[in-house]
Design a protein around this ligand. Sequence first.
Ligand code: TXA
Ligand code: MG
Length: 319
Amino acid sequence: MAIIGSDINEAKRILIEGGLVAIPTETVYGLAGNGLDESSLSKIFKVKNRPTFNPLILHLGRMDQVKELALETPTPLLNLMEHFWPGPLTVLLKKSTIVPYLVTAGSEKVALRMPNHPLSLQLLKSLEFPLAAPSANPFTYISPTLPEHVEKMLGDKIEYILDGGPCSAGLESTIVGMDEGKVKIYRYGALSVEDIQSIIKSEVLLPKESDSIQAPGQLKLHYAPHTPTLLFSRDTLLIKEFQNRHIGIINFAEAYPGPSQLEQRILSESRNLKEAAAKLYQIMHEMDQMGLDLILIERLPDTDLGKTMNDRLERASSK
Ligand code: TXA
Ligand code: MG
């Protein structure tokens, strides 16, 4: 079983020897390995059971690493990096020759991010290489936001989990790149469209369903619990339809008026989308352990981080 601890030197030793370590970030826990070493990269795909057509994000701790890993940085993306790094922003840039095609799934573009978590930043700054790190969950399952989630899902496959406590944002990073001269959001994430638009004053393109293959995080079934999951709207849900079944409900701000045997959770009584985001995956993990017949999750307001959460919930319920 993996050891959960906060020893950066131990994490560093394992990574230098080509092993994998789960690392905390402000978004979700990542499954990290040497991003320039093919054998470490292969281990990541194997442990996650992830198909190699799905590329990996490289995490770095120093701005000067961008020049080593990317051939150019278009001004709008540089502005975003300067503003939001370290933070939940991933940028797609033309890769340099040192980046293996295994990282990019054959693409000429590489995804780079400087995460904002003190432990991981310290670890990244002390390493000579970037860390490839997908979310530390089996392919298509919910991302982990606690070290215990990683232990439960991957504990028998990795040596060490660096314990950084609960992830503060609780949703994956926002992925941006250039598309025909414009900034495009490829995956909704912990930075909202409004956050990106506050720096980029011109038009910002949004992800499209039809992007799916080359687009990040856009696989239809993704972020999904094992328990059947449905997205609902308060005005149309008829709980009577689900009589005699053991149901869990994840509400935005208030409990659903219904029979008391329903398992209910509330994301944010004050309707705060940041608070809801920080709790969402944690509650989904918890409810998925309860042996329920069905999990119902309330659709969130379609603004700000509500957009990101609705995007994830649509994928989680697409089985
Ligand atoms: O917040 C996050 O981004 C977390 C933490 C650990 O940093 N990582 C994460 O990684 O969510 P992952 O692998 O679960 O999701 C990354 C997404 C994938 O859907 C992948 O398709 C996309 O990023 N991606 C990575 N490299 C890409 C590339 N070169 N071109 C297009 N999409 C890319
Ligand atoms: Mg993932």
